[in-house]
Ligand binder design. Sequence first.
Ligand code: ATP
Length: 226
Amino acid sequence: MSEIVFERVSHDFEAELVVDDVSLVLRERRVGIVGANGSGKSTLARMINGLVTPASGRVVVDGLDVARQGREVRRRVGFVFTNADNQIVMPTVREDVAFTLRRHRLEKADAAARVDAALDRVGLTDLAERPAHRLSGGQKQLLAIASVLVAAPAIVVADEPTTLLDARNARRVAEHFESLDQQLVVVSHQLELLESFDRVVVMEAGRVVADDVPGAALDAYRALIG
Ligand SMILES: Nc1ncnc2c1ncn2[C@@H]1O[C@H](COP(=O)(O)OP(=O)(O)OP(=O)(O)O)[C@@H](O)[C@H]1O
């Protein structure tokens, strides 16, 4: 399993402290992050692959310092964004998933097989030739997940990956997450998605205020938000 270490990490945007002295060692297979809007969850998640560099402290992923070895880290960490539109870069669904593999030096047939498998896993096989930008919001979210998973990164970080999904597709993504071998860090307001996770971190105003197995952590969070 991978290891993500936050060492006394703080960050501010325009003098507003949004991550406040966070230290965490994440070694569990599936880690959830919850917290009220603006509590710093996305900022923390983005630090795992260097999208945000902390103002102070250090983030280390599998022994690699994210600030110094960003390129190696990004090869290990796949990031699923909240807004899937930001992630779609190619005209069709199939091409978009295949784009992730462009630097993997795979035989054409191997790459095609991996793309097919990734599309199948998220249920997008029938839409493979569709223009990616014309998918529904939820379908785009599934595409973003497939495009990350096709590369089989060691760690998958997903920022609200099921926000736009209907119950059936949310379940599909949850089941898929369940079956992943790699480490998964998920920011979500959908608490039921995190109930089967190994650990849940609760953020409040940039600080970790609870960090426990899902039952206890989610209870603490519910108490916090009333
Ligand atoms: N690029 C940015 N520039 C300026 N301020 C930012 C930036 N990104 C985030 N912030 C601010 O940092 C704070 C924390 O934001 P963050 O997105 O990490 O919260 P969050 O817990 O993920 O919230 P949500 O649940 O609403 O997605 C917010 O007050 C937000 O406005």
